[in-house]
Design a protein around this ligand. Structure first.
Ligand code: HEC
Length: 144
């Protein structure tokens, strides 16, 4: 009987731990930051191309250096995405694909010293609201 009792206690402990983990997972999704390797180098390269094809008609990339980026610190990638989609390209807002807005955004991050990583930036705007824009930003644009 003592042996069975111990098994019961162990089982209860395992259940208790899984329950806690379950509750933690069911809560608010953890807020991530652009500093957590949330986009890939391939997305940066694609964004550079979008910038060259579309944005460079009116902008030089150094318009979007650290001073510009600091203005977005504390906001989320979702907010930046929504703003760009609503306003750019200037004469035809919203005409790019979601994947193009996402990649041009990570190109801007990359030019400001934010490192690429293993995971792709989602193009689903809802998920982008869970990622914070966070400095410090240092100009790296000439290498991008
Ligand atoms: C046809 C010209 C044109 C094109 C193409 C264009 N923009 Fe713009 N952009 C402008 C103008 C003009 C403004 C200033 C708008 C204002 O102040 O109301 C601006 C403003 C911006 C701003 C806001 C800058 C600030 O002061 O905060 C961002 C960011 C931006 N553009 C990004 C882009 C990106 C990214 C692309 C490519 C997808 C793009 N633009 C394409 C003309 C353009």
């Amino acid at each position: 009987m003592r042996g069975i009792g111990r098994v019961a206690v162990a089982t209860a402990t395992v259940l208790g731990v899984s329950l806690c983990m379950g509750l933690a997972l069911a809560g608010e999704p953890a807020q991530k930051s652009i500093r957590n390797g949330v986009f890939t180098a391939e997305q940066v390269a694609a964004g550079k191309q979008v910038f060259a094809d579309v944005c460079s008609e009116c902008h030089t990339s150094d318009t979007f250096g650290p001073d510009y980026m600091e203005g977005w610190a504390g906001a989320t990638v979702g907010e930046l995405f929504a703003e760009l989609q609503a306003t750019m390209p200037y004469e035809s807002p919203g005409t790019l694909e979601d994947v193009e807005y996402a990649s041009v955004i990570v190109y801007l991050f990359s030019m400001n010293g934010v490192a690429a990583g293993e995971s792709e930036l989602p193009t689903d705007v809802t998920a982008l609201y869970d990622i914070n824009i966070e400095g410090p930003f240092t100009w790296n644009g000439s290498n991008r």
